[in-house]
Design a protein around this ligand. Sequence first.
Ligand code: PGA
Length: 258
Amino acid sequence: MPRQPMVVGNWKMNGTRAFAVQLTSAIRDGINASTLAGEVLLCPPFPYLELVHGLVQGTAIQIGGQNHADRQNGPCTGEVSASMLRDLGCRAVILGHSERRTLFHESDTLVADKADLALQAGLTPIVCLGETLQQRQEKETLTVIRHQLQPLLPHMANHPQPPDSWILAYEPVWAIGTGQNAQTEQIQEVHAFIRQLLQEEIGSTIASGWRILYGGSVTPGNAADIFSLPDVDGGLIGGASLKADSFLAIIAALSNHR
Ligand code: PGA
């Protein structure tokens, strides 16, 4: 079965209520539903999820979270659970973004445990993987990716339902928010490596249905080239998802390509 491509807008910790309304409405009204060939997911900050959900209900756009707690509902002041995200209408959640790994010291194991909780709550985890510049320069990229994937594998084997149970995002840390996207050969190499590893560990039929997104300085200028790579199933977009014009152009690049 062909993998359905996807574009995810990761707003990070940006915006206001008014900005969320304006941006969501412009994206919703600007999408060409007749040519849209994939899924579009908006991931606003927690406080705006319900608002954004209300604005996109009944359209092709869905919403997702940017993170959730590493435990179920209970005494955990200040946290938000996977089941709360689901309750608000989220379809998926970004986990293990490099900003969370760096700023909040999230380990590979913690990210894997969160992914399991996401699945239990009915959310699709979008798990981010990626190497730092130093790791790439030291030719450790594939080793780092393998390490990051390792604790996920048992959870993947427990929840293997294709085609939608897992989404991975390759996001080289040095490409995030820097304007310096990875070269297409670098992207394809890592995506093919991830796919191969999943096929070996989980089984080829199941893993070949899971999507692998690329993230890191995707723009309207480079999206078409990146989306045309055989193992790239769409993008995780940060900065360019905060402007309706550029996000719409990236969605159009996805649709044109398929
Ligand atoms: P960027 O961010 O598109 O601004 O590089 C991507 C991300 O952090 O997911």
